[in-house]
Design a protein around this ligand. Structure first.
Ligand code: ADP
Length: 672
């Protein structure tokens, strides 16, 4: 008798498409020949056996071994002959990876994207009732966590761990590239009667030679550029992957590399720079799969491709053909500091585990080299062993709201893979209580119940829900959609001035929030003009994403009877929008420090500067509300709107109770 794996293999390699009944296309066959070379393909038989005999399994395999694209297909095949209506769901930490994986797999399976194979991300659902394989961000599954989707993975896993005990027909595969599979195994075995099996994908990888710098590098971008050029001049063929920390650094490095004089004049082969970060369009991101450039002339020295990427390239994406990795040893992370209630974007040294993972990218197709831009001594003594899990670093208010909604009573003893600091949990509970989402006993209020249904951070959800009281729910709806989309302002290389001038046209003095609403309205009135967004230095992708988000949020508003209204007097409207914002963001207020150009945050007395991009205008506002606090080289607040202090006392009186409010400059200013 044929084994399960043999049957799947037969279905893949012969006959007709199990899912469509049609014969396979030539694209299918080409892709299949590529898939057959992937490590998991060789272990299909073993995998199918393990999957059939276990409810929970952990699959560990190198990035690029086929976990994301192949394993869910095997499972879909194993399920295809059984019960109707069974669905395989594969969660992804990022929106982009959910879309790329679904697109790729639909092609590989010869089915239409959005029908048989689909994806679900926040504000976009491309599945139908006939979908049998669904890629979804874990945040979308959990109910849209805005900032940190990797955090949702942890929570989702804990919930699934509880669920598999009750639902014996539910199967879970936890897939990981990480080296800490022991921790996962321990976690799943702890307190559960279910046997958990670890399945290892055996990958053929090639040795990677590690090269350290002799001395610490004072400027890692400079050092990275120098290293790329040296590789290009002196090393054999193969593409280069450079790890940088963010979009700005990446764009800067691209410009500097492309303008290198020697490169242009020395007759060496061409070098093509490809940026890779989350704010690029899918089209732009796809360029990483382009072949390297041809020689400048027939028989000339070969061209080379350099990919300059953020951490996305560390575990989420596989790029074939990389032989050289340049690793400055840093990454940018959002880290929440509960003491000062601030989520900061910080550039931090990576962990040893990350450095090894990065180096591994060089040995996928042949022996490679990894140039670490730090000393071996620093690697040994300065880098931590593992990266800290996201849950230990995040603002948990969205997650806590979700957990309370799911009926988790004891947040402290919840079965976390890594338990967050009690202080962080406390801060989240405090915020939710001040927002009146939770009552004093920690139960969900009726307001909180509705807030939890909105895929928005709690402050914004609250603002939206109360906005009809201020006759501006139409405007706040637009704002919520714009804040949920990626940044709309485009800043193309070398066109800073033009971009700034274009932005100034939309600017509403004193309010970035109103500016965003303005941009959206202008976009809608010019929607027929395909060139409009581009010529106004706006991202069409971000705007259409905002548009989709707006539709979805509007549906939710209807569902909960939240009226859609606009004040008819245009003079009054801006003030009303700002007042509605105060109802949600009263804990994110800053007060100007006379004559200094800086502000003091009310709760924690942090000195902050408004980001240069803000629409504050010439005369600084005395009181402002802000959407983001970012710690780059110094503390910045972003997306700011001027407010009046009496609104704080009117709309957040239980928070701004002057009797209990700490004595200090803010209290005195409020007293006045
Ligand atoms: P893993 O999840 O183990 O990191 P994946 O299943 O994502 O691995 O990828 C397996 C292989 O499939 C990659 O090495 C790459 O060759 C190929 N691949 C995946 N996605 C794409 C894509 N969008 N375009 C081209 N090739 C892809």
């Amino acid at each position: 008798m044929k084994s399960k794996g043999e049957k799947v293999k037969e279905a893949l390699e012969h006959g007709r498409n199990t899912f469509t009944g049609k014969s396979y296309s030539s694209t299918y066959k080409t892709l299949l020949s590529h898939r057959k070379k992937l490590p998991v393909y060789e272990q299909m038989d073993e995998f199918c056996e393990c999957f059939s005999n276990n409810q929970v399994m952990i699959v560990v395999g190198e990035t690029g071994s086929g976990k994301t694209t192949q394993i869910p297909q095997f499972v879909a095949h194993l399920n295809s002959s059984q019960t109707e209506g069974k669905i395989t769901v594969c969660t992804q930490p990022r929106r982009m990876s959910a879309i790329t994986a679904a697109t790729r797999v639909a092609k590989e399976m010869d089915v239409t994207l959005g029908a048989g194979v689909g994806y679900t991300i926040r504000f976009e659902d491309r599945t139908t009732p006939r979908t049998f394989l669904q890629y979804a961000t874990d945040g979308a599954l959990l109910r849209g966590d805005v900032h940190e989707q990797t955090l949702a993975t942890d929570i989702l896993m804990a919930l699934l761990k509880g669920l598999v005990k009750k639902r014996r027909d539910l199967k879970v595969i936890v897939m990981s590239a990480a080296t800490d599979s022991d921790k996962l195994q321990r976690y799943w075995n702890e307190g559960s009667a279910i046997k958990v099996l670890t399945f290892r994908v055996t990958c053929r990888t090639f040795p990677v030679k590690i090269v350290y710098t002799k001395e610490p590098e004072p400027d890692y971008i400079e050092a990275a550029i120098r290293t790329v050029l040296t590789i290009h001049y002196t090393e054999g063929p193969g593409d280069i992957l450079v790890f940088l920390t963010g979009a700005e650094e990446i764009e800067e490095a691209c410009i500097r590399l492309e303008n290198d004089e020697y490169l242009k004049t020395s007759g060496i082969g061409p070098l093509v720079c490809i940026p890779l970060h989350a704010s690029l369009s899918l089209q732009e991101q796809k360029k990483i799969y382009d072949p390297p450039p041809p020689p400048r002339f027939i028989g000339g020295p070969p061209g080379r491709k350099v990919i300059l990427a953020t951490n996305i390239a560390e575990t989420s994406l596989t790029i074939d053909g990389i032989v050289y990795v340049v690793d400055p040893g840093f990454s940018k992370e959002a880290i929440y500091n509960p003491r000062i209630r601030v989520e900061c974007l910080l550039v931090n040294p990576i962990s040893k585990a990350s450095a090894r993972q990065r180096a591994g990218r060089a040995g996928r197709t042949k022996p490679g080299k990894c140039f670490r831009l730090f000393t071996e001594k620093d690697f040994q003594s300065e880098l931590e062993e593992h990266t800290h899990p996201q849950i230990l670093k995040s603002n948990l208010s969205s997650v806590v709201l979700t957990l309370v909604k799911l009926g988790i009573k004891d947040l402290v003893r919840f079965d976390y893979l890594d338990a967050p600091a009690p202080e962080t949990l406390m801060r989240a509970l405090e915020l939710l209580t001040y927002l009146a989402a939770l009552d004093d006993d920690g139960n969900l209020t009726s307001l909180g119940t509705i807030m939890a249904e909105f895929p928005l951070e709690p402050q914004l959800a609250k603002t939206l829900i109360v906005s009809p009281d201020f006759k501006c729910s139409n405007e706040i709806l637009t704002l919520a959609a714009m804040l949920s989309a990626p940044v709309v302002w485009r800043q193309p290389r070398g066109q800073q001035k033009e971009a700034d001038a274009a932005k100034a046209l939309f600017s509403v003095p004193g309010s970035d929030h109103l500016t965003l609403i303005n941009v959206y309205n202008e976009y809608k009135s010019n929607v027929h003009d395909k060139n409009w967004a581009h010529s106004h230095y706006l991202s069409l992708k971000a705007l259409s994403q905002a548009d989709k988000a707006r539709d979805l949020l509007q549906d939710l508003m209807e569902q909960f009877d939240i009226e859609l209204v606009s004040e008819s007097d245009p003079q009054k409207l801006p003030g009303l929008v700002s007042q509605a914002l105060v109802c949600g963001f009263f804990m994110q207020v800053a007060h100007s420090v006379k004559g200094s150009g800086t502000y003091l945050t009310i709760q924690d007395n942090q000195v902050v500067s408004p980001d240069p991009s803000c629409a504050l205008g010439a005369k600084p506002a005395e009181w402002v509300i802000y959407n983001e606090f970012v710690l780059t080289t110094r503390p910045n607040i972003r997306t700011i709107t001027e407010i009046r202090p009496e609104w704080l006392l009117n709309y957040a009186s239980n928070y701004f109770d002057l009797k209990y409010f700490p004595d200090g400059p803010t209290n005195r200013a409020l007293q006045n």
